[in-house]
Ligand binder design. Structure first.
Ligand code: ADP
Ligand code: MG
Length: 310
């Protein structure tokens, strides 16, 4: 378990984090979401002691973070950066095993681990292990960035906007990938994003941040159905307002399940009306020329994940 207790961080006069209290359960997929400047990166960096709090304490498994040996702490916290930052002069397998090497793992063990991880993210080791980073696409490089953080089996994986530089299709694929990895591995994921849809799609628990303050902590359903204040409501809805697409676009993309129950929404309605309706119910029935179709919140979030966020 990770606990922030009355944590503040001031940068020369600028209050980046103000009295943060937060609990992250062991094994959770926890997402911090908020606009730029809300203090997400600062919070993440305090977790592996790249930044020290000005006030308050952070606890990791009931022990204060500052009481850990720094090297030991970092070994338990994998870090995935926004810009992939693979070492350009090292092969993919050497990039993945870089921390294992500093721990003194044998070359044989390092290569085995790298190959296992490549396999796990659907990158054929025979093809990719000895390539150089420049020979991979952006999405493939970010896959490697993720498995590099997993290589020495940390207890916690910290991810700071890992997909924001990717195109929507790659982004959705990598979202699916981290969901699968989280399911397969026994690790706590702490994931930072400015994209509310990404947060709702990935997070078991989500903390919405603004200007160094937590606005709300909850599950996707709690945040969508009971936004704590106008900021949280607006943060979700504004993202729909800019999308002038209709519900029909979702149906055309293959979402929806045929049903015989009466429809409450037309397929020509804008997507934001579907989003609004889904705030009070788990499925909305839409009338189409060929019959009624039921659409759910996961349908909406999966669809939106493939669209440009801004
Ligand atoms: P986010 O990741 O949500 O965009 P950050 O944690 O990077 O937010 O920043 C929070 C606030 O702290 C912002 O106002 C930012 O300008 C400020 N800040 C971040 N890093 C520094 C720094 N090294 N020096 C001074 N101010 C900083
Ligand atoms: Mg940031």
């Amino acid at each position: 378990m990770i606990e922030f207790k009355n944590v503040s961080k001031r940068y020369s006069g600028n209050q980046a984090i103000d009295d943060l209290n937060l609990t992250i359960p062991t094994g959770d997929f926890f997402v911090l979401v908020g606009p730029s400047g809300s203090g997400k990166t600062t919070t993440l960096k305090m977790l592996n002691r790249l930044i020290a709090p000005t006030d308050g304490n952070i606890y990791f498994n009931d022990k204060r973070l500052i009481d850990y040996d720094l090297t030991q702490l970092r070994l338990q916290m994998g870090y995935v950066l926004q810009n992939i930052a693979l070492f350009p002069n090292l092969t993919i397998q050497d990039n993945i095993a870089i921390q294992a090497e500093s721990l003194g793992w044998s070359r044989k063990r390092r290569i085995e681990r790298a190959r296992t991880l490549l396999q796990q993210v659907d990158l054929d080791p025979d093809k990719y292990a000895t390539r150089m980073p420049s020979e991979l696409s952006g999405g493939e490089q970010q896959r490697v960035g993720i498995i590099r953080a997993l290589a020495i089996k940390p207890k916690v994986v910290l991810m700071d906007e890992p997909f924001s530089a990717l195109d929507p299709i790659s982004r959705k694929q990598l979202q699916d990938l981290v969901l699968r990895l989280h399911h397969e591995l026994d690790m706590t994921f702490v994931f930072v994003t400015h994209d509310m849809h990404e947060a709702l799609r990935l997070g078991q628990h989500i903390a919405v941040m603004r200007l160094g303050h937590i606005q709300q902590v909850g599950t996707s359903a709690e945040i969508m159905q009971h936004p704590a204040n106008d900021f949280v409501r607006g943060f979700f809805e504004n993202e729909h307002a800019s999308r002038m697409v209709t519900v029909q676009t979702l149906l055309d993309a293959g979402y929806g399940t045929p049903v015989t129950t009466p429809a409450t929404l037309s397929a020509t309605a804008p997507v934001r009306e579907l989003a609004a309706a889904l705030q009070t119910t788990s499925a909305v029935v839409v009338a189409t020329p060929t019959g009624s179709q039921s659409l759910t919140t996961p349908d909406l979030l999966d669809y939106l994940a493939t669209k440009e966020a801004d």
